[in-house]
Design a binder for this molecule. Structure first.
Ligand code: SAM
Length: 256
């Protein structure tokens, strides 16, 4: 077994994270450059130290996950959500169960909650936000953001939900409390069911075709009939019917 393959097995044994489900060339390149930066010539040498050193381990996690996010990322897509998808979802019901999967530092679930609060009261909204990385989830819960990640947040949302601090903005506690943040590995853990809307954006591009296919299947099962999966702007599903989904708009898939 080669050095990298053994590393994959060791990381899986220790953390449950299966690196073989991520596109290999990309992942190997990222981890090799980190390993070399830390002065290790082999992955087995790197693993021996990493497995005992919390700081090195956290750094490895941060490198393997890519955490870039922003509020209302690809704003035109959020308009489709607001003006086409939501009105349909809310036509027949007054409550909504939603999930922001791979939510990174929280920009996505906070965007979603602010949008939903334009049409619903907080008691009508159930929003779960999850990510693989606990330290990222902790940052999401803190809810502090530099101004540049807020460029798509309108003035009234800024006034209602943020506190302007010297070097950025902090989400008000009342908004934070409306969201349940939790660590969760999409590739290894079970999903809850009964969702009206699942937002999973800009993470599936890192997964292998097999992993993606399994994930679409699981998302489809987790949605109610008529529920919607909202994916990233480079993540179109080519054969949605295979998973019991149909295209409602570009990047929005409705459970049949
Ligand atoms: C580029 S961010 C996307 C954030 C947000 N969804 C957006 O579109 O702006 C990708 C996130 O996926 C998370 N991630 C990677 N692998 C994951 C897995 N197996 N399960 C859950 N989250 C994962 C990373 O930790 C990272 O925060």
């Amino acid at each position: 077994m080669d050095d990298y393959q053994q590393f994959i097995n060791q990381i899986k044994g220790k953390t449950g994270i299966d690196l073989s489900l991520y596109k290999e060339a990309q992942m190997k390149r990222r981890l090799t450059s980190l390993r070399e930066k830390r002065g290790f010539t082999t992955f087995s040498g790197y693993y021996n130290v990493l497995s005992k050193d919390q700081q090195l381990f956290e750094e490895f996690l941060q490198r393997m996950t890519i955490n870039v996010s922003e509020f209302f990322r690809n704003p035109q897509r959020w308009d489709v959500l607001e003006y086409k998808i939501l009105p349909r979802l809310l036509k027949k019901q007054t409550k909504i169960k939603t999930w922001s999967a791979a939510c990174s530092t929280g920009e996505e679930p906070y965007s979603l909650m602010m949008l939903l609060l334009k049409y619903l009261r907080s008691t009508q909204i159930d929003l779960l936000a999850t990510d693989l990385d606990q330290s990222i989830i902790d940052r999401a819960k803190k809810g502090f953001y530099p101004e540049r990640s807020l460029k798509e947040v309108n003035q009234s949302m800024l006034n209602n939900y943020f506190i302007n601090e010297q070097v950025g903005y902090r989400v008000k506690d009342e908004l934070k409390k409306m969201i349940t943040f939790k660590r969760h590995n999409l590739l290894a853990e079970r999903f809850e069911g009964g969702y009206d809307l699942i937002v999973c954006r800009n993470v599936m591009i890192y997964f292998t075709e097999e992993a993606k296919s399994e994930l679409y299947e699981k998302f489809s099962h987790a949605l109610k009939p008529g529920g919607v999966l909202f994916v990233g702007s480079t993540e179109q599903i080519f054969n949605p019917h295979k998973y019991g989904l149909e295209t409602e708009d570009t990047f929005f898939y409705r459970k049949i």
